[in-house]
Design a protein around this ligand. Sequence first.
Ligand SMILES: Nc1nc2c(ncn2[C@@H]2O[C@H](COP(=O)(O)OP(=O)(O)OP(=O)(O)O)[C@@H](O)[C@H]2O)c(=O)[nH]1
Ligand SMILES: [Mg+2]
Length: 236
Amino acid sequence: MAESGSAAELSLTSSALPPPRTRIFKIIVIGDSGVGKTCLTFRFCAGRFPEKTEATIGVDFRERLVDIDGEKIKIQLWDTAGQERFRKSMVQHYYRNVHAVVFVYDVTNGASFRSLPVWIEECKQHALGTEVPRILVGNKCDLQDSVQVGTDVAQQFADAQSMPLFETSAKSPNSLGDGSCRDSDHVEAIFMTVAHKLKSQKPLVLSQPPDGCLRRVEKFVITTCWTYRRSTSQDG
Ligand SMILES: Nc1nc2c(ncn2[C@@H]2O[C@H](COP(=O)(O)OP(=O)(O)OP(=O)(O)O)[C@@H](O)[C@H]2O)c(=O)[nH]1
Ligand SMILES: [Mg+2]
């Protein structure tokens, strides 16, 4: 009779185990229309600045698989619409099971900075727990000559809201090209910092659902956007 616990038996047992599930971190990117949410998320996931963007309708998903301390983690970015008419039916989906929130303003557009309290309030109304990290990103630092929101005032606001501040550019090659952005503030570092924080918190995250399940969620969202787009075009 074969001895129980033999090497052959052990290796058979371990190879029969299902592969570890990939954790998913859902990060929503919020802010006024035109601040560069699509460009920032595209830059992180595709590694480059998009040639052309249009106003986001509803939400666009972008994902990137990263390795953090030997664990494969899927960073799922929800690139939300800044325009009220393109987001109102979707807002509740943005905040469901969210793990982190990135607020974006445009450093060359003071109004986009002044609207931050409205975005923060919306976030509060969706009762996100205090464990959900929030960060503030000032984008378009490459447009040095047009800056309207100085670092000092932004930092004061970030401190008052207990959020870390990053100033960056989705456009410049490493966000340091013009010397106006701090070393750590390139797009890659911003999202990776959030992911590291989430991993260190060991939150209760969604595991990779069976394929069909994720597709169902996306299909639902896409259908909602599509229905909305059709009703908008019928209106107009
Ligand atoms: N110079 C410069 N332009 C940028 C940067 N990021 C975005 N843009 C430009 O800003 C415009 C708006 O960018 P989007 O990424 O579409 O803005 P958004 O926040 O997604 O807008 P909505 O989808 O309407 O909410 C586009 O013309 C981009 O090319 C940046 O870092 N530097
Ligand atoms: Mg967009």
